[in-house]
Ligand binder design. Structure first.
Ligand code: F6P
Length: 334
């Protein structure tokens, strides 16, 4: 039986995502309700190493549920990769008696949490906070819904001008190595083609699809490209919309393509209702896990039920793009 947790530290790490504040709020308020002390750790693992840690109360998280970004700030700490950095960080937790951690972030952040739990025995809970939705063991990640909706709003606007000029547009969305924002926003905007790193769509496929659409006098063409998509597998360093467009223009001489890279607007803005809701549920259950002794897991939601995935599995495995979704893309865009 593991020792009772009495003081919880909470941090956000890696790329921020809309809804992280709602998760922090849920962790803080549930901890206080359950009689635990709760500490905010600033700038992820960097603040843990630099001892930038403060005690939070219910008021510390007032009026933040609707705000994008993270009040605890975030960072990708290089020093935390070293054992020395982690020793220093752990000593700062011990100094305050922090005996449980909630880490809100993606797989890189969970790797740090897993190492801390293994090396020092401190129980850690991961909350999936990333717009990329690339984590195994959860249907949704905190921030994905808002980011996908931001992309949809932008792509709808691009369609208006694309349609007026009968022009081909290539729009790049974020996602790092994953294509979920591309897939969801592409289906939701009726994009004619969606290019993702997980699906091997070659330039030949693209050229064939465009020629076929031209034959059918389908003039408007929106191609959504995930930033991690590689148009030419023999040159894996070439990625995203700019390279895809360049290679397409080389192949289809005379074709004029406009490119839009949506970039970091996808990471900001007020979180959607869905992101606030799942962040609140997950934050609440993170604290319950620490209290119940269900340690070193990522708290996710699968089929609308809470689902707990051991951190080492959450780090190793990836969500898969289903063939069914790809079929939907093909049939509905025809
Ligand atoms: O992981 C979230 C994410 O926004 C990715 O989609 C993107 O590739 C990356 O972070 C961008 O990171 P940075 O803000 O450091 O440029």
């Amino acid at each position: 039986m593991s020792a009772k947790v009495t003081k919880i530290g909470v941090l956000t790490s890696g790329g921020d995502s809309p809804g992280m504040n709602a998760a922090i709020r849920a962790v803080v308020r549930t901890s206080i309700y359950r009689g635990l002390d709760v500490f905010g750790i600033m700038r992820g693992y960097s603040g843990m190493i630099e001892d930038d840690i403060y005690q939070m109360n219910s008021r510390s998280v007032a009026n933040i549920i609707q705000r994008g970004g993270t009040i605890l700030k975030t960072a990708r700490s290089k020093d935390f990769y070293n054992e020395d950095g982690r020793k220093k960080a752990y000593a700062n937790l011990v100094k305050r008696g922090i005996d449980g951690l909630v880490v809100i972030g993606g797989d890189g952040s969970f790797t740090g949490a897993y190492k801390l739990s293994k090396e020092f025995g401190i129980p850690c809970i991961g909350l999936p906070g990333t717009i990329d939705k690339d984590l195994y063991g959860t249907d949704f990640t905190i921030g994905f819904d808002t980011a996908a909706n931001t992309a949809v709003q932008a792509i709808d606007k691009i369609r208006d001008t694309a349609e007026s000029h009968d022009r081909l547009f290539v729009v790049e969305v974020m996602g790092r190595h994953a294509g979920y924002i591309a897939l969801h926003s592409g289906i939701a905007t009726g994009a004619e083609n969606i290019l993702m790193p997980e699906v091997n769509t070659t330039l030949d496929d693209m050229v064939a699809s465009l020629s076929e659409q031209e034959k059918r006098k389908k003039l408007v063409n929106l191609v959504i490209v995930a930033e991690g998509y590689t148009p030419d597998p023999s040159q894996p360093h070439l990625k995203g919309a700019a390279e895809t467009t360049r290679l397409m223009e080389e192949r289809l001489k005379g074709l004029e393509i406009r490119v839009t890279i949506l970039g970091h607007i996808q990471r900001g803005g007020p979180p959607s209702c869905m992101d606030r809701f799942i962040a609140s549920r997950m934050g609440f259950h993170a604290v319950e896990c620490l209290i119940e002794g269900r340690h070193n897991v990522m708290v996710g939601i699968l089929h609308n039920n809470m689902h707990y995935t051991p951190l080492e599995i959450a780090i190793r495995e990836k969500q898969k793009i289903s063939e069914d979704w790809m079929n939907i893309v093909k049939i509905l865009a025809s």
